[in-house]
Design a protein around this ligand. Structure first.
Ligand code: NAD
Length: 440
């Protein structure tokens, strides 16, 4: 085996990172505080859904390169590298809540018995690397043992986390000690990715700036979509026309309900908070957030305009996860949309290929169906919320025939407006020509 690595946290980032580093030949032990989760992982049962991850975990467990524990003593026993990959959720003011990072850093520090590199993989506010070093210094039993803190922000996308981790666009490493950063770079050497080594704060900022830019791109195209709708243009073609320009690039130009999930909302809020508390006026970031949340209300408004109101109406929601190929429901647009509709008296039926179990912990008063056709049965309208491939291939004629009223709000612009109208749907996309009727 190459190196001995401890990964703290077995969420989307921790588990994917641990499994991938094990697959690169290292000995990895993943620490997590929840005994049941840990027992399940030992049996090969994963707490999250991520394509390809289960197979990767099983393979590396069988090869003896990947283990799980709830004991910091066991996890820290042989570790040369410790990755902190715990959650950094939004606090009440939008700031990043660092309680988990604090707890993990403290628990690690107490067990340091030989030189070690601590790597921050969680998305953390600028300056956290220095703060973690202070925590470690304060709690380590023998302050003469050297340790180094390296920032190594994660850029994986949920839904393709394993692929992204194995094929990164770049590896970003920040540290006060270049040698420590280079030792972490060696872990990633087999991936042959561009590696950017910089200082701690710059590395931390690269992550926030990247997420803020991607969120901005989506909010930008959503604002364009709304203007298209008012002026009779088709945003899908506009985005295509824009995206062919190399300076713009086509990704993150899909107009629709907007972004959600565990990263963009909290990271844009945290960056705006940091900026404001340091005397800046982050007006672009605030607009990006506002445009995004307005899109959720816009979907409901479109439907209200058609149905006249929701009391006594049954609305079918296709898709619950914040995006396809994940079961993550954190800040999913489906939650806001369902709550808005429920508040106005609608009854909700819904289906998602993988996120139902997660959704059931958040949304009750909702009928969970076993397939999309059951959602369509006797529905007064359907809203396509998550663009799962499964929904792109539905028998839409059958869908329409099952519905009480053939109203279709295509929140992700996955259907052809002309075809949907030809099938008899009252179709509304997002930014697709005058009144959302679509021009294509
Ligand atoms: P997650 O909530 O899925 O997982 C966090 C894990 O940390 C959980 O397993 C939790 O039990 C564990 N944990 C919390 N405190 C702990 C402690 N003291 N000791 C041991 N385990 C502890 O979160 P995630 O989505 O994996 O995100 C982790 C970090 O990575 C966040 O900062 C996030 O912003 C960042 N990130 C996430 C993604 C993504 O797509 N999810 C992408 C890039 C970066």
């Amino acid at each position: 085996m190459k190196k001995t690595i401890c990964v703290i946290g077995v969420g989307y980032v921790g588990l994917v990172t641990g499994a991938c580093l094990a697959d690169l030949g290292n000995g990895v032990i993943c620490l997590n505080r929840d005994q049941e989760k840990c027992d399940n992982l030992k049996k090969g049962i994963l707490p999250i859904y991520e394509p390809g991850l289960e197979e990767l975990v099983h393979r590396n467990q069988a090869a003896g390169r990947l283990a799980f524990t709830t004991s910091y003593d066991e996890a820290m026993q042989d570790a040369e590298f410790v990755f902190i990959a715990v959650g950094t959720p939004s606090g009440t003011e939008g700031e990043a809540d660092l309680a988990h990072v604090n707890a993990a850093a403290t628990d690690v520090a107490r067990r340091i018995h030989k030189p070690i590199i601590i790597i921050n993989k969680s998305t953390v506010p600028i300056g956290t690397g220095d703060w973690v070093a202070d925590i470690v210094r304060e709690h380590m039993p023998d302050p003469s043992i050297p340790f180094w803190v390296v920032s190594n922000p994660e850029f994986l996308r949920e839904g393709s986390g394993v692929y992204d981790s194995m094929n990164p666009d770049r590896i970003v490493l920040g540290s006060t000690n270049r040698e420590a950063a280079e030792r972490v770079a060696e872990l990633y050497y087999p991936l042959q990715a561009e590696t950017i080594i910089t200082d701690l704060r710059t590395a931390e900022m690269i992550k926030y700036a990247s997420n803020a830019f991607l969120a901005t791109k989506i909010s930008f195209i959503n604002e364009m979509a709304n203007i298209c709708e008012a002026l009779g243009a088709d945003v899908k073609t506009v985005a295509y026309g824009m995206g062919t320009d190399k300076r713009i690039a086509p990704s993150f130009l899909g107009a629709g309900i907007g972004w959600g999930g565990s990263c963009f909302p909290k990271d844009v809020k945290a960056l705006a908070f940091m900026a404001a508390t340091h005397g800046q006026h982050p007006q672009l970031l605030r607009a990006v957030l506002e445009i995004n949340y307005d899109q959720r209300k816009r979907v409901v408004t479109k439907l209200r305009d058609i149905l006249g109101g929701f009391r006594g109406k049954t609305i079918g929601i296709l898709g619950l996860a914040f995006k396809p190929n994940t079961d993550d429901m954190r800040d999913a647009p489906s939650i806001s949309i369902i709550r808005l509709l429920r508040n106005e008296g609608a009854m909700i039926k819904t289906y998602d290929p993988v996120a139902v179990e997660t959704a059931q912990r958040i949304l009750n008063d909702v009928e969970y169906c076993s397939d999309p056709y059951a959602v369509a049965q006797d529905a007064d309208a359907l809203i396509l919320v998550t663009e799962w491939n499964e929904f792109k291939q539905l028998d839409m004629e059958r869908v329409r025939s099952l519905m009480r009223q053939p109203v279709l709000i295509d929140g992700r612009n996955i259907y052809d407006p002309a075809r949907m109208r030809a099938l008899g749907f009252i179709y509304r996309g997002m930014g697709r020509g005058y009144n959302g009727e679509g021009t294509l």
